[in-house]
Design a protein around this ligand. Sequence first.
Ligand code: HGY
Ligand code: MN
Ligand code: MN
Length: 411
Amino acid sequence: MTSPANDVVARLLELSALGRYDGGIDRGLATPPERAARERFAYWARRAGFTLSQDVVGNLFARRSGMHDVAPIVVGSHLDTVRTGGAYDGAYGVVGALCALQILDRDKCVTTRPVEAVAWAGEEGSRFPLGCLGSSVFAGLTSEGDALALRDNDGISLNAALQSRESGSLPDVPVRPRQETAAYLELHVEQGPVLEAAGVSLGVVTAIAAQRRYRAIVKGASGHAGTVPMERRSDALCGAADIVLAVEREARSSAGAVATVGHVKVEPNGTNIIPLRVSLSVDIRSSEDARVEHIERALQTVIAETERRRGVQIALERLEVRAAAPMDARLRAALHRSCAAIGQPALDITSGAGHDATCLSRVAPAAMLFVPSVGGVSHIGAERTEDRDLELGVAVLAAAIIEVDRDLGQN
Ligand code: HGY
Ligand code: MN
Ligand code: MN
């Protein structure tokens, strides 16, 4: 008889077709492919006998009852992807959570608390400009109104997108207000090389890195590419290039920090027109908040110097500030016990990638379990994790839920 853990492979394969194109998987929040993924989650959850609910920003919950109607243990991740996403980032934690609940059913485990599998809305921030959108609303870090008012590059608001028939909220799932959470567990692929290099299949996350996201706007003077002498130019793209290289330089010189300019928009974007305006994304991360702060300040110095030297104006707008999120020691111990109980070593590991667990850790004890990423790659279509590691992670997650439920008791 196959275990529900085996379902995780088949279900991920099914989900990976939703939004797939030759560049990977593109499943932005409240798009038809992401809505289809939420529908599959709902179908599997209903078939397993779990009770569905959602909230106003599209977070989707599948509840397995416990002995007492108290704050649940919540387990999950996200179904949306970056524009060139793989089949595992996020989806693994959502499908894995459902499969773990089904293992509890198979083993006739009665938990003290209800346990909920969750698909958080819009973790990647790939369509609407806020990462961890759904979990930050759930954690009260972002208001529902602010989230629903966010607009994508076409000017469509999240609210409008969620009202639409082919990409919106699920019509037959009741909407419920935010609730307390007793504990949060998230299963996720590592998205880095550490577990694979160590030859270990399980990682217990100690902390999630601090992260700040910005938009930098560089404004210069446009003109004819053939007639404006070099010494009279205020070229916005050259100013932006100084910022891009400064982001790289400052991160390289700050141990353990990483920083990326992943998005550049040049206007008017003509081959014979001096760039007038450039918009850049800046993403800075470190396990230490102070390092992120230091890099931001160093960047401000470079901005002032570039403005003087090039006669451009540069605005650096903070879009998101997320402090480092230490994971809960008791939950980490429960994860380690669950790994040991099946004779599997587990590595303590920090997460450079951001996760919904960061937001949940502000309102409840939170912890994460990683499985290896083949070649350490993610956020590209080639992202992959071995089937046996996928199934192992689910089995450990199911055991950890029981451990945490026992630890928490009723109070
Ligand atoms: O950016 C991140 O680390 C996450 O994948 N959203
Ligand atoms: Mn991601
Ligand atoms: Mn993710």
